[in-house]
Design a protein around this ligand. Sequence first.
Ligand code: FMN
Length: 164
Amino acid sequence: MSDVLCIYYSRTGNTRSAMAEIAQALDAELVELQDGVARGGARGWLRCGMDAMRRTTKPIKPFETARPVKEYRLVIVGSPVWAGRCSAVTRDFLKRYGKELRNAAYVVTRGSENRSEEVFEQMDLYVPAGHQAAVSLRRGSVGYAFWQEEFLRQTRDFLNGQKK
Ligand SMILES: Cc1cc2nc3c(=O)[nH]c(=O)nc-3n(C[C@H](O)[C@H](O)[C@H](O)COP(=O)(O)O)c2cc1C
């Protein structure tokens, strides 16, 4: 049983691919979050933007993990960037579970050149433990593989430096 959990929300698949690759590289458990809100199409897009800007959330749907969230050595939280913030779905997860995370790392995916790294500090507001590693990825960009590998290196360094 893995003691690293990769948990994410993805609306259009970019965060899903990034997290699936990271979970495979770390032999980690992979879990997708949903909140049941209609987020597809133009109306859904608008809803996502409004939710992000207002920081409003709807309760995430129950999800299954092999062990309680607080027992993982590291929880890697993945989110798309919405209006310079984390997604509403990820925000609800952090609101509910942020305090339970022993160690956290963040993966955000974005659509623009702007790395939006301020999102990491925003996510930390829900996570007293802060984050051990973080990366902002843009699908199709030249640096994608490099930054993803750098994130994996930081994460492995952290895990290797930690006693089980
Ligand atoms: C409502 C909304 C707002 C967005 N705002 C930003 C933004 O501020 N900066 C950015 O770089 N990308 C922004 N994007 C693009 C997404 O972050 C990007 O496409 C991301 O990789 C999508 O991840 P997903 O496929 O996992 O849903 C936004 C997308 C949506 C739907």
